[in-house]
Every structure is written in C-alpha cells, then in structure tokens.
Design a binder for this molecule. Structure first.
Ligand code: ADP
Ligand code: ADP
Length: 238
C-alpha cells in the first residue's frame, strides 16, 4: 500500500514542485517520531540535524569535534556550522523532489538562511509544522526517551510509545539506549536555552504564512493524522 500524497504543483509562481517541510518543536515534542512517519507517507527523505551531528560525533570528524562542546552542554550549535550542513544536504539528489527538515531551522537566523537557500533554488517552505507540547510533558518525554543505534535514531518511550520487545528497536532490532543529552541536567539546559529561539522560528513562519500548529499532547497516530491534513491543506493552496 502506498501512502504517497498527491501534492499540487504551484501554478505560475516562482517556486518549483519541490516540497520543503520543516518540523518545529521543543526538544521532546515528537519531531523525529513524526518526521519519520511523514517521510514514509509522503515519499520524501527526512533529515535530522541532530542525527547528522551525532553521526559526526561518532566518526570524530572535524564537524563532530566542532559541535561536541555545544551538544554536550545542551546549547545550540552555531548557525554558520548548522546552515552549512543543511546547504550541503539540500544539494544531494534525493532532495530534488523535496525534503523534511527535522530540527532545522532552530533560530531566526537559520530560518532566514533557509529562505535564502530556497530562493536560490526556486523553492519555498511549503509548511512549517509546529508540534506544540506543554513543558511538563516535554520533560517527561525526554526523561524516558530510548533511542536505537540506527543513523536515523528511532525513538521509543515506556509510557507513550513502548517498543514491542523491551530494549529493542521495532524497526531494526538494535539495542535501545538513553541519549547522553537526555540526562536531567542537560535536558534542563536544552529547554532553558532552546525554547526562546524556537519561538522566534514560530514567529518567522507565522509571518510568512507557512505556520501550521498541531497539538502535540495527543497519541502519536492522531498527531500524524493532523500533520498529514495540514500538509494537504498547504499543498492545495500552493
Ligand atoms: P532534540 O531531540 O532535542 O530536538 P536533536 O537530536 O534534534 O534534539 O538535536 C540534538 C542537539 O543537536 C541539540 O540539542 C543541539 O545541540 C544540536 N542541534 C540540532 N539541530 C540544531 C540546529 N538546527 N541548530 C543548532 N543546533 C542544533
Ligand atoms: P524530538 O525529536 O522532538 O526531540 P522525539 O520524536 O524523539 O522528539 O520524541 C520524544 C520522546 O517522546 C520519544 O521517547 C518518543 O517515543 C516520545 N513521543 C513522541 N511523540 C509522542 C506522543 N505523541 N505521545 C507520547 N510520547 C511521544
């Protein structure tokens, strides 16, 4: 069964059919979970800056060495580094029909940089999908999050999203573990430092008209349904 959603091509506008979707939300809101589900439904690649950075950390590459201190203390990686990573990723062939950006942009400057990258390529952000979740729930989700060893890190939670077999990923069977930056002190730092810039990203897309707000305090399937409906609505208007 295919879940591919037909997306209407813009008529006579300055953009192409390329669908750029951005997932916006606080740490723990469900961006990764939903981005992977949307990718399967829409037939688009899902790219997480967090996953790209974690791969660089594992490889101990120059990129990994430059981002390590920021990630370990729960701060945002500087915009110049992050924007370059996404600019490179957008040039890869699998992004030609579109891409779902999970965790980018996370600052107003990154949002402006993405607008410029899109304009250079005659693309635009079709929808900024903001998953809105209460602070208390974010803390609970990050506290219990278990992730697997795959590059695109599938995540689970004993309460809202338990794996079928305890300690094993449903998708690839690899062992689940806690992320280093999900330890309580780093969770506090991430929420303290990252929420204000995230609200600026929300404001940015409110201004461009691309913002779609989805209540994230609902079961995973329901959030997915609302996200798909939001993308369909935006596609019909494009
Ligand atoms: P979360 O699950 O908290 O949303 P991610 O896996 O997306 O976390 O990101 C992990 C870390 O990588 C972030 O806490 C931050 O340090 C860094 N990071 C990821 N995306 C960005 C970005 N767009 N800008 C700056 N830093 C980022
Ligand atoms: P983010 O990428 O925004 O940091 P994740 O997708 O990793 O968020 O989700 C954070 C944690 O919350 C994970 O353990 C995930 O299994 C769980 N989770 C995601 N969505 C929901 C939901 N709607 N209800 C309950 N738990 C959820």
């Amino acid at each position: 069964m295919t879940h591919a959603t037909r997306v209407t091509a813009p008529r006579g506008g300055s953009t192409t059919e390329t669908r750029i979707l951005v997932m916006v939300g606080a740490p723990g809101a469900g961006k990764g979970t939903q981005s992977q589900r949307l990718a399967a439904r829409l037939g688009l690649p899902s790219v997480s800056t967090g996953d790209l950075f974690r791969a660089a950390l594992r490889d101990d590459s120059p990129l990994g060495r430059s981002v390590r201190p920021y990630i370990e203390r729960g701060s945002l990686v500087p915009d110049e580094i992050t924007v370059q990573v996404i600019a490179d990723r957008l040039t890869q062939p699998d992004a030609a029909a579109g891409i779902i950006l999970d965790g980018f942009p996370r600052t107003r400057a990154q949002a402006a940089a993405l607008d410029e990258l899109c304009a250079e390529r005659r693309m635009s952000v079709l929808a900024a999908l903001y998953i809105d979740v209460e602070l208390e729930e974010l803390v609970a989700r990050l506290g219990g999050r278990q992730v697997c060893g795959a590059p695109e890190s599938h995540s689970f939670h004993p309460r809202g999203n338990p794996p079928r077999v305890a300690g094993r990923c449903d998708v690839d069977g690899t062992a689940l573990h806690e992320r280093e930056d999900d330890k309580p002190a780093t969770v506090r730092a991430r929420l303290r430092e990252q929420l204000a810039p995230m609200y600026e990203v929300v404001d940015h897309y409110n201004g461009t008209g691309a913002l779609c707000t989805i209540a994230g305090d609902q079961p995973i399937d329901e959030v997915t349904r609302e996200l798909v409906r939001a993308v369909e609505r935006r596609s019909a208007r494009a």
